[in-house]
Ligand binder design. Structure first.
Ligand SMILES: Cc1cc2nc3c(=O)[nH]c(=O)nc-3n(C[C@H](O)[C@H](O)[C@H](O)COP(=O)(O)OP(=O)(O)OC[C@H]3O[C@@H](n4cnc5c(N)ncnc54)[C@H](O)[C@@H]3O)c2cc1C
Length: 392
């Protein structure tokens, strides 16, 4: 935030403190309506709490994500009616891995998962959250959030200049938001080399597997989603994009070196006019509570996509944040309860995910990894077990 913005906010804040302006009072505000935010809004509203969720985009919308959900989350989603019904969602039980030159191995998955697009899933949970009484403001961004010690509450400033005063805040604003800068979070000071690209395609592949195809500098996931479609999503590098000059050229120069990927790109129908793209994807550790905000989902830490369970973690951490607020107590107790359960459930898994990512994206290492998976499938299962939790 620059000085001028700071000044405007301070002025507004002073007017609010003097009672000249009237803020809207809310019990719990949730910033960001991805899976973490929507799930916490749903659970808190269902329990009778007054909840306001603010999402900068308008539903439904696409976002960069592999759209393979680990079965860890399936029971919870089903029990709460948060799983879209009436759709044939593919059950995924096999894992296929190819090294940068396209040599592949397939192993069964212990727990497995299913595929569903975020376009469909997020909109469904958004509908359920509204049904149980959550208030949702769409198309508005939270520009600033500040904890005021004197009133023991937060002030949120929205992009339409509305000010919300809130007793509690859940930060579910994803892997990277302007609020990370406002809050001066440590990870945002460092640049990240990763970018993410996503397409929906129609292709002729089995619907019960999730594939990870390596290429120099990254890896590309493919799995079935609803309506006979597939998701194709890769983690690539900013330097390669700069070198190639455009996304199609980067794909030809780097991804297509893996013959598996070349064939899929050439033989599939691409359904988006242009891909969804995000950059500066950062896997550095973050804190589950900062500035008294309970951080949930990627805002608390992003697991590397190869693990295929960032969504399950987002859903479960949204649930934990809601549970910590429902359990109640003073602010210190709520924050400690949340930080403790978050750390117990996720910290180790995120660390393993960061380190396993080193086994991807280069010829020698990806080839070694493929051989290891083929010869000792137990190793792959051990990695999966260490990055996944129990069904919740
Ligand atoms: C390339 C890639 C592939 C992946 N593939 C998979 C996969 O196959 N399976 C899997 O389980 N996980 C996968 N993940 C991880 C998964 O996408 C994330 O972990 C998950 O989306 C996190 O959900 P979230 O609710 O925390 O954040 P998000 O879904 O990112 O939601 C955050 C929301 O906050 C909003 N927002 C941000 N700032 C503000 C603001 N100031 N005011 C208002 N709103 C704001 C944003 O618009 C956004 O809607 C992948 C990630 C990447 C990068």
């Amino acid at each position: 935030m620059d000085c001028l913005e700071n000044l405007i906010f301070d002025k507004r804040f002073n007017l609010l403190s003097k009672g000249v302006l009237q803020p809207e009072n809310i019990h719990i505000s949730i910033i960001g309506g991805g899976l973490a935010g929507l799930v916490s809004a749903y659970l808190l509203a269902k329990a009778g709490k007054q909840v306001l969720l603010i999402e900068k985009k308008k539903y439904p919308f696409h976002r960069v994500c592999g759209e393979y959900i680990s079965n860890e989350a399936k029971g919870f989603l089903k029990d709460e009616g948060l799983l879209p019904t009436g759709m044939d969602l593919p059950h995924i039980s096999e894992f296929q891995f190819s090294d940068t030159v396209g040599r592949q191995t397939t192993i069964p998955l212990d727990l497995g998962g299913f595929g569903v697009s975020r376009f469909v899933l997020d909109e469904h949970i958004y509908g359920r959250a509204k049904e149980v009484g959550a208030r949702i403001l769409e198309g508005l961004q939270v520009e600033n959030v500040r904890f005021d010690k004197e009133t023991d509450s937060f002030e949120l400033e929205l992009s339409d200049h509305r000010v919300i005063r809130s007793e509690h805040v859940i930060g579910a604003f994803g892997k990277r938001s302007k609020l990370d800068k406002v809050l001066e979070r440590e990870f945002i000071q460092r640049r990240s080399p990763y970018l993410g690209v996503k397409y929906h395609i129609k292709t002729d592949l089995p619907r019960d597997f999730v594939a990870l195809h390596n290429f120099t500098g990254g890896y590309c996931g493919i799995n079935a989603i609803e309506n006979d479609r597939f998701n194709l999503c890769y983690l690539g590098s900013r330097d390669q994009l700069r070198e190639a000059g455009s996304i199609p050229e980067m794909e030809r120069m780097f991804l297509w070196k893996n013959p598996k990927l070349q064939r899929i790109f050439n033989e599939s129908e691409f359904l988006f006019e242009k891909p969804e793209v995000i950059n500066e994807i950062n896997f550095d550790p973050k804190q589950p509570v900062e500035n008294h905000i309970l951080m949930a989902g990627d805002a608390a830490g992003l697991i590397t996509p190869l693990c295929g369970n960032g969504m399950a973690i987002a859903i479960q951490s949204g649930k934990l944040a809601a549970e910590a607020l429902l359990r109640g107590g003073d602010r210190f107790t709520i924050e400690s309860n949340y930080a403790q359960s978050w750390t117990e459930l996720f910290k180790w898994r995120l660390w393993v995910g960061r380190n396993v990512q080193r086994l991807f994206g280069s010829r020698g290492v990806s080839s070694f990894t493929r051989t290891l998976i083929a010869k000792v499938p137990l190793v792959a299962n051990q990695i999966i077990r260490n990055t996944h939790g129990q069904p919740f």
